[in-house]
Design a protein around this ligand. Sequence first.
Ligand code: CP
Length: 313
Amino acid sequence: MTKDQLSTPHLLGVKDLTSEDIELIFRHADEFKEVLQRPIKKVPSLRDITIANLFFENSTRTRLSFELAQKRLSADVVNFSASTSSVKKGETLVDTVNNILAMKVDMVVMRHASPGACLFLSQHVDVPIINAGDGTHEHPTQALLDAFSIREKLGTIKGKKVLIVGDITHSRVALSNIDCLQKLGAEVMVCGPATMIPKHLGLLGVKIVHDFDAALQWCDAVNMLRIQLERQETSVRFFPSLREYSLQYGLNADRLKKVKKDILIMHPGPINRGVEISSDVADGEQSIILDQVENGVAIRMAVIYLLAQKIQR
Ligand code: CP
């Protein structure tokens, strides 16, 4: 029998999803992607639902993508930005959210700099919570849209070889991607300076390499990550200079030319052009970076739609 409900009341991380949950989200995303190609890109599914987007950390893609997904589903939307809120006057996270929920909000999407902030919130409020990125911990909808984009281009995830390159230590995208891809049967390899790959990562069944050129020959898709300078302690040096990092781990046209097959080039954004990826590769024929962004709306529509079935009235 085909499953039609998620096994979790929240989306706190990929770790809460089964492979059946992910397939269910993908099936709905396929349908919503078709809706998004129509002249009227809107369905009335969530006409009676109000969603709050709480962003305690900066965002371009995720924030706009969630808001568009909610509006395409006909939900009412309120947006909150910590920098212009009463958080600046000392209000706690739970007080802030409970005050927003008192205005009859049915679901919360939250980005926060602290790992575990969404889990904490889910233990204190009674509505579905979607994690839009919590510190260095998880970014589940990014992983779902990345996997959905690979599936769209390569037909399946099962058996595919996916390489994740860069600042793994500070990346919530890496952790969520590894979990999601493995649940769907992909092989995952990570590559970067030893200082930027956590020692425990091997325990997750991930291959760890430091030779970027060899790793590129192995993979079907490569996901290039940004160095998260904002999460690095300034007293710690993870690599000698950006130029040296770029020479060893940057993806450019010369490097790509040596790869013997047409691999998919991915990046979650924001891109630091000329550091982890050159402009000609980011904008080149093998790049699916903007497809990832496009698919993000359909994936987030699917997640919101499925979690809305769990709202208690
Ligand atoms: N990929 C991603 O999370 O981008 P934003 O930080 O712009 O939301």
